[in-house]
Design a protein around this ligand. Structure first.
Ligand code: IPE
Ligand code: IPE
Ligand code: MG
Length: 247
């Protein structure tokens, strides 16, 4: 029996974010180049998208390239950028067929021209889709995003006393995207690595030792099931939370 059948689809998270980690180690463990891991990671992206749709998730955010990832060897960075372009080209048909809308968060203006061009094309061709919103975090870091938000609030001339949480939210690259209820990180690491710091204020975390190239639909379902065992209290007591649930 698939784990999918155990999921309460009415109570699936609306937004799941994933830190896709472990490509390099997975490849190295097999005596291959790190890049081999990135290539194989693309199939896991497909698995995650399929699983998200089956479990009625509406937004799936994937951390694909961080601001800090520029510090990797040039050959690896170049290969990742090429992989982004070739994957966008090969998957466009599938995205359209499955009603998936592509969006990005991060400093995409500073990606290579070929990536910007391809992203622009896929974003505009999928803009009307609404089965699932796939958000790619590219050249993203939460600290970069917060600095940008402060800059744009200041540029807009918003008076200090009028600044609220909502003002900040509206100036983040995730404006109009709900906060993720669930964050998954693969590869056994237990850290955030500069991902969505503001948006994960009340997010549930699921860490799995599975390396990203081995991540399958069932791993996604497992994460949702784990999430469904959690009691989200938002600062209230257990008793209050229970009362609200039975109301
Ligand atoms: C995640 O896998 C992919 C990216 C960060 C682009 P890694 O490349 O970080 O793999 P490990 O963590 O070194 O194994
Ligand atoms: C986080 O993974 C970034 C992405 C998954 C794109 P890293 O592998 O770069 O994170 P650290 O360096 O282990 O914290
Ligand atoms: Mg890593």
């Amino acid at each position: 029996m698939s784990l999918l059948q155990k999921i309460d689809l009415e109570k699936s998270p609306e937004h799941v974010a994933i830190i896709m980690d472990g490509n390099g180690r997975w490849a190295r463990n097999q005596g291959k180049e790190r890049i081999f891991g990135h290539f194989n990671g693309v199939e896991s992206v497909r698995e995650a998208i399929r699983a998200a749709r089956k479990s009625h998730v509406k937004y799936l955010t994937l951390y694909a390239f961080s601001t800090e990832n520029w510090n990797r060897p040039k050959e690896e960075v170049d290969a990742l950028m090429d992989l982004l372009v070739s994957t966008l080209i090969s998957e466009l048909g599938e995205l359209k067929e499955r009603g998936i809308q592509l969006r990005t968060i991060g400093d995409t203006e500073n990606l290579p021209e070929k990536c910007r061009k391809q992203l622009k094309a896929v974003i505009s061709e999928t803009a009307e889709n609404n089965e699932l919103v796939l958000v790619l975090a590219l050249n993203y870091s939460a600290k970069w995003e917060l600095v940008e938000a402060v800059r744009s609030i200041t540029n807009a001339g918003i008076p200090v006393q009028e600044i609220t949480s909502a003002t900040i939210e509206a100036h983040l690259s995730t404006a109009s995207i709900p906060d993720p209820e669930l964050l998954i990180r693969t590869s056994g690491e237990h850290r955030i690595s500069n991902f969505l710091l503001w948006q994960i204020a009340y997010t549930e975390f699921h860490f799995t030792p599975v390396m990203w190239p081995e991540f399958k639909e069932e791993d996604f379902f497992q994460a949702i099931l784990d999430y469904q065992t959690r009691e989200r209290r938002f600062g209230k007591t257990s008793e209050q939370t229970l009362e609200e649930l039975i109301k």
